[in-house]
Structure formats: C-alpha cells, structure tokens
Design a protein around this ligand. Structure first.
Ligand code: AMP
Ligand code: GLY
Length: 424
C-alpha cells in the first residue's frame, strides 16, 4: 500500500520511521517532510495547504492511507476533502478538530455532557473579561479561543497579571477567549485512538513545556517528554477514559461528526480525580517520539484500521515495558526567534549509542544538515526506568555537535527524584 504522510516535524519523523517498518508498505510519501523523514520516505513535491493538489496526488499515486500529523491541516478540513474521494484518512474532520481549534467549543461540549474540567466563562470583550474576574480566586487561567501554537494561554497568579493578560488579548479589539478556574495537581497526557465509535488507549506521556531547567522560563511546544507517565496510574487512566474521553467521542458521534484519529487529552490529576485541561486532535510533539519508541505493533496496520473504522477488530495496542525519554535540542533563541543555519553534526555518533535522533527543524545543506527552525532535534532513548532512559538520552545528546543549539539537562526530573517513578 502507498501512504502519504503530511507534516515536517519530529513527530512526523517518528511516524515515518515506524510506518516504514510495516510489511504492508509499498511506498511512503511525505509532504513537506524534512531530511530525517526523507531517510524513510519519498518527499512529494506537494503543498498540503493546497487541498486540490493533495487530492490529485492521492489519485495519481494510488494512496491507500493519508496520515495527517499536525493540527492546522485538520482544523482546515483536509481530512474531509480527502475522505470525499474515498481515500481513508488518519485524522479528524474539520468539525471534530474543533476540539483543538476552539477552546470554547470544547468547554461547551464538556459542560453539556458533564465532563470534569475547570469551571469557565466564554468572553468576547475586555470589559466582559474583567467583569468575570471576580468569579475566580486570585489565580485564573486566560486562554485565546483558537489555535495559538502553545502561546495563547496565561496562567495568572495575581489579579494584576490577569488584567495584563486580558489587556493583551483584547489589544486589537474584540476576540474570543475563555477564562477558567486554576486547577492544582500534576499533568499527564493520555493518547487514545478513535475510529469514530471505538476507542483504544494508546499510551501516556509527560511533557516539559517550559524552556528552562526546573520548569522555568517561557512556555514552548515541548522541550522533552517521557513515556509512560507513571503518575497516571491504571485506575486514574480508566477514570479518564470513562469520564472524559469516551463521553467526548460519543457526543461527537451523536452529533454526526465522528472523531477519527488520535485524541490527545491533556489532564490535570487533581485531588478530585482527573480533569480535562485541553484536547489536541493529533499526536503530541515530542510525545509521539517516545510513544513510537515503545509501540510494539504494526503502525501502518493500526492507523489504517482507525481510518477504516475497524479498530474493534484489532487486539489492544501493545507497548514495550521500557521507558522512553526524549530531549529536544532547540536553536539558540527559541522560543523567541531561533538562530537558523547553524551546522548540526554528530547524528550518526549519537545514534551509535543506541538512541534515535528524530529531526524537526532541519534543512539539508551540502552533505549534512543545518538548523532551520526552533526545535531542531528530538534525541530519544529507552531504558528499564526513567533514570536509565535519561542517562542514555543525554549520552546521545553529548555525542552531538550542534554549537548553536541548547537543551534542558533535566528531562524526566520529577520521575527521577522519585515523585512519580516506580519505587527505586
Ligand atoms: P493548554 O494550551 O490549554 O494546554 O494550556 C497550557 C498549559 O497551561 C497547560 O499545560 C497547563 O500547564 C496550564 N493550564 C492550562 N489550563 C490550566 C488550568 N485550568 N489550571 C492550571 N493550569 C492550566
Ligand atoms: N508537546 C505538546 C504538544 O504537542 O501540544
């Protein structure tokens, strides 16, 4: 079977690497791709934002499955347009993708079907937002409604901070936003495959969103992750599936807009149980990289079963017991303007330690690659516990030669100091 993979990040490099291991694969095409993806796929001369060209490509190359990695094309309705010509797609349509595309849509759905989440108000003006502040305590969370690449959220710890965030949000006039209650607890990400009606848990992970060691500094797309998230114990995972994920999938199916793809539930594990922080309608990046290191099945077979509504016929997805941990190497300046063009050397040496170096913001130049984005590499390794996986990942990081890049040195620290890790 021929497969078309849409995307160009470390997430898509990990997906390409795993799809390429399937016996059922004839040719894997990728657009726009990157030099790491190109090691496993034929880069298609195709702009996936051009839906007609993408459909045309599917027809000309007898594509049997399209896998859409990032959220923007999903929110834009690419999956609907490809499904309309009868080609199976792994990824939700425009309406179901609102779970990520509109925070207000998700909060209203949660309220309608009683899904545990932070108490909230939707607001559309500065005065409306300021008037709502009194309904919350000292701490409040302010979120722009639409896709914001991780930058639309302010966790305000004081009234002054909240007022500043509101002023900022409405600086250009009316806007859609959500104000919500501050939730206390530890965060975990749960991934669930959904074929419209059937769901299957697909692993957990913990992300590191802040740019600096000890979870300090500005938010990023993610500086590292590990899987599984030990803090999400089996009973809590079962509650999250039963109280949060399945009611969501049922509500979308009932509305005639079934969810097909992977649903990423960002959870807060509060004293009252798991609560939904947010949904993403795709794999996390870099969470996907750690999931792919552990997934023990045939990824093409699995994604195709999801796209064709046959998830109930598959055995439950199986994962290695090993812990996987990934460290993101970013270009200096990230999450602000990253320094691009810096040489990235030593990938082969890093992989010789047993790790996988997934490429994100890289560009081919001469015989090697240079930095071409904020997050450049995701250096990923496994071990029998978090400390071992962490040591292995940093051994690989230290074998790289990327002088204009940096990374956090403490990915996995919460688990390593024993807060949530397995005993010992
Ligand atoms: P989001 O983009 O909705 O995932 O928000 C980004 C980050 O803000 C989350 O990963 C949390 O760390 C934090 N956050 C979001 N909503 C809340 C909340 N209601 N209470 C506490 N922290 C939150
Ligand atoms: N790493 C967070 C995300 O992919 O949204």
């Amino acid at each position: 079977m021929n497969v078309l993979l849409i995307g160009s990040g470390g997430r898509e490099h990990a997906l390409a690497w795993k799809i390429a291991q399937s016996n059922r694969l004839d040719t894997l095409f990728a657009a726009p791709g990157n030099p790491g993806i190109a090691e496993h796929a034929t880069i298609a001369a195709l702009d996936p934002a051009d839906h007609r060209a993408t459909i045309d490509f599917c027809r000309r190359h007898q594509i049997g499955l399209v896998v859409i990695g990032p959220e923007a094309p999903l929110v834009d309705g690419l999956a609907d347009n490809i499904r309309a010509i009868g080609v199976p797609v792994f990824g939700p349509g425009r309406e179901a993708a609102k779970l990520e595309g509109s925070k207000g849509f998700t909060k209203d759905l949660c309220a309608r079907v009683g899904i545990p989440t932070a108490r909230y108000f939707r607001v559309t003006s500065k005065d409306g937002a300021l008037a709502t502040l009194d309904d919350f305590g000292e701490r409040v969370v302010i979120k722009a409604d639409g896709l914001a690449a991780g930058k639309g959220v302010t966790v305000a710890m004081s009234r002054a901070e909240a007022e500043a965030a509101i002023a900022d949000l409405f600086a250009d006039g009316p806007a859609e936003a959500v104000l919500e209650e501050f939730l206390e607890g530890e965060e975990a990400s749960l991934f669930v495959l959904c074929d419209g009606t059937t769901t299957a848990a697909f692993g957990s992970a913990q992300d590191h969103k802040r740019v600096g060691d000890g979870d300090t500094g500005p938010n990023t797309g993610g500086m590292g992750a590990y899987s599984p998230a030990f803090v999400l114990a089996p009973d809590l995972e079962e509650r999250a599936l039963g109280e949060i994920v399945r009611p969501t999938i049922d509500a979308l199916a009932g509305a005639g807009t079934p969810y097909v793809g992977v649903l990423y539930a960002g959870l807060m594990l509060t004293a009252d149980g798991p609560k939904l922080i947010e949904y993403n309608v795709r794999f996390g990046d870099p969470e996907c990289q750690v999931l792919m290191m552990r997934f023990a099945g045939d990824l093409l077979e699995t994604l195709l079963a999801v796209a064709e509504g046959r998830l109930a016929d598959l055995p439950a997805p199986a994962f290695d017991d090993a812990v996987a941990l990934t460290v993101v190497m970013a270009a200096n300046g990230y999450p602000g303007a990253p320094e691009t063009g810096g040489a990235v050397r030593g990938i082969a040496a890093a992989e010789a330690t047993g790790a996988m170096v997934f490429q994100a913001g890289t560009k081919a130049e001469g015989k090697g690659v240079v930095a071409a984005g904020g997050r450049v590499l995701a250096v990923t390794a496994t071990g029998h516990d978090v400390a071992t996986a962490q040591a292995a990942a940093y051994r690989a990081v230290d074998a790289l030669d990327f002088p204009t890049g940096f990374c956090r040195r403490d990915i996995g620290w919460r688990a390593v100091v024993g807060q949530d890790g397995p005993a010992g």
